[in-house]
Design a protein around this ligand. Sequence first.
Ligand code: ZN
Length: 342
Amino acid sequence: MLETTIAGSLPKPAWLAEPETLWAAWKPERGDALAEAQRDAMRLVLMEQEDAGIDIVTEGEQSRQHFVHGFLETLTGLDFDNPKRIGIRDGRYQADCPRVIGAIARTGPVHAAEARFARAHTTRKLKFTLPGPMTIVDTVADEHYGDRATLAMAFAALLNDEARDLEAAGVDVIQFDEPAYNVYMDDVKTWGIASLERAILGLGCTTAIHICYGYGIDANRDWKAGLGREWRQYEDIFPVLAASGIDQVSLECRNSRVPMSLIGLLGDKDVLVGAIDVASAEIETPEQVAAVIREALEFVPADRIQPCTNCGMVPLGRDVARAKLQALAAGAAIVRAELARR
Ligand code: ZN
């Protein structure tokens, strides 16, 4: 009950990439030195999660520069050498994105080696994250398919092949990250959810979606400041997720303006309740974490709640991330003990 987990990413050691930086360049040269450094970093983040008492761990995305482009880098049909600056998330901010210039295909498994390495170095349940099809479509410049729904289904087919490889590597939970879901609510209903269903087709492992209002970058802060006192975007899409085949939904609850009551719209899904703010270096107390979990318990039973972080922790300092992991586990333990006494 109340198994703890994280949204996905963790900070990279300073010898692997510049700390507290999004899209940070690798420090080691490409090739064997980089691969070895990434494996070393994976061992560290697995150990740090175990030491903190996290139940369902990840490899912390230590081998990816960016949560979307990490999956895309080895695909054919994309041009990374001549990126195009486009407005993403409905023009909220500009980003240099790879161009889709032909039919997309995998040249082989993308992350299976990382998953196998992580599987060999922890006995805990292992989660692996992939970008969701709708968010990928929103983070590339399409010059070939000409239609976002068609492109999403093409990416979803590749994601499904990748997810099957990850499952075969021993991954227990595969999570698709979809920060685009609260931007294009109508598209979620018309083609977003269909592409997610395609991505999880035939999987036997647990499947999850992480939805989110974005990292603490200025463009996101400004956007969120204008969203009003309550963020109700999910009210539209939670019934759609509830009717889907996805097993778990991860969202931000700590310092969030998403009304907690909305998680009651998620039907029988497990809810990964974000109880750790990733946009602040302030360390939550275990009691603050426990308070978020208790509020969630008013709407979802304990056997369907997993205390989690609001989002990836890659922009934080390592010491801050470690302390937040400990607070998360300690807060969950408080509530578990309370439930046991009832
Ligand atoms: Zn997120």
